[in-house]
Design a protein around this ligand. Structure first.
Ligand code: UTP
Length: 475
């Protein structure tokens, strides 16, 4: 119930922080709306808001990069020498043991808005597979089922959504019968939000009774895992490691025993996979050492002279691109939350629908406000130990960000077909190519057929002769 004192306190709070307009439509609200608005105001992080306004929202300059950036070291995709060969073999065995023991869970972040894709609905429900038109969620579910079968275990799956798509995502899983997975092993939870600001630093109202807010970025996952009870659930199940991935990457190798094993052998808290960048300014984060601590620097923040810098052999000095694939120890998430932590906020100037001072809806055609977000890779420097494993883009990274062009539905599907063809060719199955080198057919390999290249060889008798123009689905 709202008391006069309660209301006066909120009014004073807003006055102190120069945000009084949030109560501008108070007399027009009904009691429920009043309660909603007061609760939303109370829940804002008032200790931080003035700082955000001055240092992020209104600031047009970006903070200077620390001096002395150095390239990060990493494990090669293939072991470099016999000593490493031994270590990779040991890691592979350890990774397999950890998966079999049920200590590894899949963790997908799916709370984004997917603005660039322009798909109406949670991105995980987007149909991506080249022959059978499966959705991203279905591909991940089939992978988890196939891994569970291979390792004779039940791998849990944690799915982070946001206020934008939580109810819809739950409904998608329910109506698809959890894609054949045991519902008790699928944990769907919602991430937090942050308020949206006008360019003048005023918090925007979505309508007369609601503050305009947006999801707090994939970095919000580290708090949401804790607050939602997901971490508690992991403890009960004995889950110690999370395989973190993004919802838009259909090539993800969710349970990679080598990556898991190297992380565990080196007693890392948060580890990453990286690809060699296609060029100096590729739009991926750069793994760098800052004062000896592993850090991801956004492509837009890496100065040209460093981005272009080359080693004696011609390779880029800062060659490791982040592809948002991590192993995260649950004890790390627990440690961060137990002592309290915050990740740096990043700002994005966006088109944000809201109401103006007269209560009229504004549907902007140009960017008009600021959204604040945290990024999961900013937790890497907080880890006591962190390793990087290089991987091949063609095998593991095909982000479906855009409807067309770079990192699009089309490139993602092409990469799925190319990887399937590569797996078949490596088992000596002939595939005819077009003049541009791409397969002259469509192939889809279901996770139930093969989880990795090596699995194909054992199933050669199930593969038909493939002719140009064929559409082949292997399951
Ligand atoms: P992106 O940075 O690609 O953002 O998210 P997006 O929202 O999906 O797409 P655009 O930028 O609007 O076009 C990378 C991954 O992080 C998740 C997304 O769902 C995706 O898997 N994410 C992003 C969250 O889970 N929460 C967020 O707040 C932001």
């Amino acid at each position: 119930m709202i008391t006069q004192e309660n209301f006066e306190n909120t009014k004073n709070l807003l006055k102190i922080h120069d945000q009084c307009h949030l109560l501008a439509f108070w007399p027009e609200l009904n009691p429920t709306q009043k309660q909603t608005l007061l609760t939303q105001i109370e829940q804002l992080d008032w200790a931080q808001i003035d700082y955000w306004v001055e240092n992020l929202v209104k600031k047009t300059t970006t903070p200077a990069l620390p001096d002395g950036l150095a390239p990060a070291s990493f494990y090669d995709a293939e072991p470099a020498d016999t000593e490493q060969q031994r270590k990779y073999a040991q890691a592979l065995n350890l990774g397999k043991e950890l998966i079999s023991a049920g200590k590894v869970a899949a963790f997908v972040v799916a709370g984004g808005q997917g603005t660039r894709l322009g798909f109406d609905g949670p991105k995980g429900d987007f149909r991506i597979s080249p022959v059978n038109d499966k959705t991203l969620f279905q591909l991940f579910a089939e992978t988890i089922a196939a891994v569970s079968k291979t390792y004779q275990t039940l791998c849990p799956w944690y799915i982070m959504t946001s206020s934008l798509n939580h109810a819809e995502t739950r409904e998608i899983f329910r109506s698809n019968d959890y894609y054949g997975l045991d519902e008790k092993y699928v944990f769907i939870f919602e991430q937090g939000t942050l308020p949206n600001f006008g360019l003048d630093g005023k918090i925007l109202l979505a309508d007369k009774a609601n503050i305009a807010r947006s999801p707090d970025g994939h970095g919000g996952s580290l708090k949401a895992l804790y607050r939602s009870g997901a971490l508690e659930d992991m403890k009960k199940r004995g889950v110690e490691l999370l395989s973190y991935f993004q919802v838009d990457n259909p090539l993800i190798n969710i349970f990679d025993p080598l990556f898991i094993g190297l992380h565990a052998l080196d007693q890392a808290e948060m580890s990453s996979k990286a690809v060699i960048k296609t060029g100096p300014k590729e739009k991926v984060g750069n793994f760098c050492l800052v004062d000896g601590s592993l850090t991801v620097i956004e492509y837009s923040d890496l100065p040209d002279h460093l981005a272009e810098k080359r080693n004696a052999d011609g390779s880029l000095t800062f060659q490791l691109g982040s592809i948002a694939i991590h192993i995260i120890s649950t004890s790390f998430v627990e440690r961060l939350n137990a002592k309290g932590f915050s990740l740096p906020l990043h700002k994005a100037v966006k088109k944000i629908p809201h109401i103006d001072q007269h209560g009229n809806p504004v549907e902007p055609t140009e960017p008009n406000g600021i959204k604040l977000e945290t990024f999961v890779f900013d937790a890497v420097p907080l880890a006591s130990k962190s390793i990087i494993l290089q991987t091949l883009r063609s095998q593991e990274f095909a982000p479906t960000k855009n409807a067309t062009g770079v990192d699009s539905v089309e490139t993602s599907r092409q990469m799925m077909v190319a990887r399937a063809a590569d797996w078949l060719e490596s088992a000596s199955v002939p595939i005819r190519k077009k003049p541009d080198g791409s397969p002259d057919c469509l192939i889809e390999i279901a996770p139930s057929f093969a989880l990795q290249k090596e699995d194909v060889k054992a199933k050669l008798d199930q593969i038909p002769k493939i002719k140009p123009g064929d559409k082949i689905y292997l399951a």
